[in-house]
Design a protein. Structure first.
Length: 251
């Protein structure tokens, strides 16, 4: 596949993801005429579909579609072998009907199950283009192609975007009203003050406690001028000086 075409297909699937909720693995409902056309053109249907929408896919075929494949005479055997690799999608028909009609009834008026449809029937594809959000795949010459999004799909996507924008503007208006009501209540209650924002003090539990050292007693000043007991003036004289008498006798 050409890089330009692969990029366009990737962008198209992103459109279906964002607008209609498609998710991997993509479910592809395969019509019996698509299987027969692929077998006739010698196309590996599973690989071709994976190249278009991605590696994660689920290929589905209804019981009515299997009955249509078995009715074919020329490519019956290889077509049945191809459908054995598909998952069987149950339908409500006890008696099998045409595969295209069965797919039309499965899809209904809106693509609830997020199916991609691979079909060759132009009438069926025209009918499915009227349903928003249906990726259509068909075989053109020898190439499997993904059709561009239909006008109904683009219109539904635009309406969805506009609805989201309207809801967001409504939400913003509601928030604005709530803020105004809160401001009015705060003004009416002057006792309720707002907390001042600023740096907070340290956690008292995490602060290291200061060590307490013993304090020495202070010395008091002697205002009388006499010596205190600490000076040692009142202690007894252990070495008295000798006394000299007039006769010169020392005692």
């Amino acid at each position: 596949m050409r890089p330009k075409r692969a990029k366009a297909y990737k962008k198209a699937m992103q459109f279906y993801q964002q607008s209609f909720g498609f998710r991997e693995p993509y479910q592809i409902l395969v019509s019996p005429d698509f299987v027969l056309e692929g077998v006739a053109k010698k196309i590996n249907i599973a690989d071709a579909l994976k190249e278009i929408v991605g590696d994660k896919v689920r290929l589905l075929i209804s019981f009515c579609g299997i009955c249509d494949v078995r009715k074919d005479g020329e490519h019956k055997a290889p077509a049945i072998a191809v459908t054995r690799g598909f998952e069987k999608r149950r339908c409500t028909h006890k008696d099998p009907i045409a595969g295209a009609d069965c797919i039309s009834e499965i899809m209904g008026n809106n693509n609830v199950h997020h199916y991609c449809v691979a079909a060759q029937d132009t009438t069926l594809r025209t009918k499915l283009r009227a349903i928003p959000g249906v990726p259509l795949i068909h075989i053109k010459q020898n190439v499997v192609v993904l059709e561009p999004a239909s006008e109904q799909s683009r219109t539904a996507s635009r309406e969805l975007v506009q609805g989201k924008l309207a809801s967001s503007s409504l939400e913003s208006q509601m928030l604005k009203t709530l803020k105004e009501e809160k401001r009015d209540r705060t003004r009416g209650n002057p006792l309720k003050r707002k907390k001042k924002k600023g740096p907070k003090g340290p956690n008292p539990l995490s602060v290291k406690k200061t060590k307490k050292y013993p304090v020495a007693p202070k010395k008091t000043k002697n205002l009388t001028g006499t010596k205190t007991k600490d000076s040692g003036s009142n202690l007894p004289n252990t070495n008295p000086s000798p006394t000299v008498h007039k006769e010169g006798v020392v005692t």
